[in-house]
Design a protein. Structure first.
Length: 232
């Protein structure tokens, strides 16, 4: 599968970010003077063997906000979940509108990080996911019908982030298309958001399979947040 296809599937099957709020005593440290584009992970801070993604930042931000392919014309079951998911997408876009972005691919896993110079009310994400942990979504994406089944499990944020307002989820999504109905694609995604020092950090780790190295994904999340925490 080529990388463009991998990214498209990842966007279609993106996790519904939310829940798992941990010990959330938000930090009162001053905002870092280091600009956001110097706060994303680079070089040896990234997983070994990872290669940079040559995808425009705006497209990456869009994929982060495109929760499971939910669109205004999507059919969602339960129907009452459509409004909260569209609100969640809008909140994500607002939070990340001008964020710095880093994205790499390692084998068939895509790791994305976003750093925005503004805090985000993470309760919006937690509340939406608590209402709708399982969704069936029928959408038309780039002219193709896509049917998705998404399940989101709450995760307690890594212990290393205790004292920081953070949320995390582990989700699986299975998508089928009208042209290839007998070849469903399953992805697994670990996603996390944190807000500290007047800054928002978001990560998404998506594997093009039904399993994912959650320990490695958590480390990516912790490393991303720690870089902001320790920045000048």
């Amino acid at each position: 599968m080529n990388f463009r296809t991998l990214m498209t599937v990842s966007a279609v099957c993106a996790s519904l970010l939310a829940t798992g709020c941990g010990d959330s005593t938000a930090t009162t440290d001053a905002a870092p003077s280091t600009p956001p584009d110097q706060l994303v992970l680079t070089g040896s801070e990234l997983p070994a063997g990872a290669k940079k993604v040559s995808i425009p930042d705006d497209q990456l931000r869009e994929s982060m906000a495109d929760f499971a392919g939910v669109q205004s014309d999507s059919t969602i079951t339960p129907a009452e979940c459509k409004g909260p998911q569209l609100d969640l997408e809008a909140a994500s876009k607002a939070a990340l509108s001008d964020s710095a972005v880093a994205a790499v691919v390692a084998d068939t896993t895509v790791l994305s990080e976003f750093v925005a110079a503004r805090p985000t009310d993470l309760s919006t994400f937690a509340e939406a996911d608590a209402k709708c942990p399982k969704l069936s979504i029928n959408s038309v994406i780039e002219g193709e019908r896509v049917d998705s089944e998404v399940t989101v499990d709450m995760r307690k944020p890594p212990a290393a982030l205790n004292g920081i307002d953070a949320i995390a989820t582990y989700s699986t999504a299975t998508a089928t298309t009208a042209t290839v109905p007998d070849a469903p694609v399953t992805t697994a995604t670990y996603a996390g958001w944190a807000t500290l020092r007047g800054t928002t950090v978001a990560v998404r780790v998506t594997s093009l399979s039904d399993t994912l190295d959650e320990v490695a994904a958590e480390k990516f999340f912790v490393d991303a947040v720690r870089k902001v925490k320790d920045a000048k």
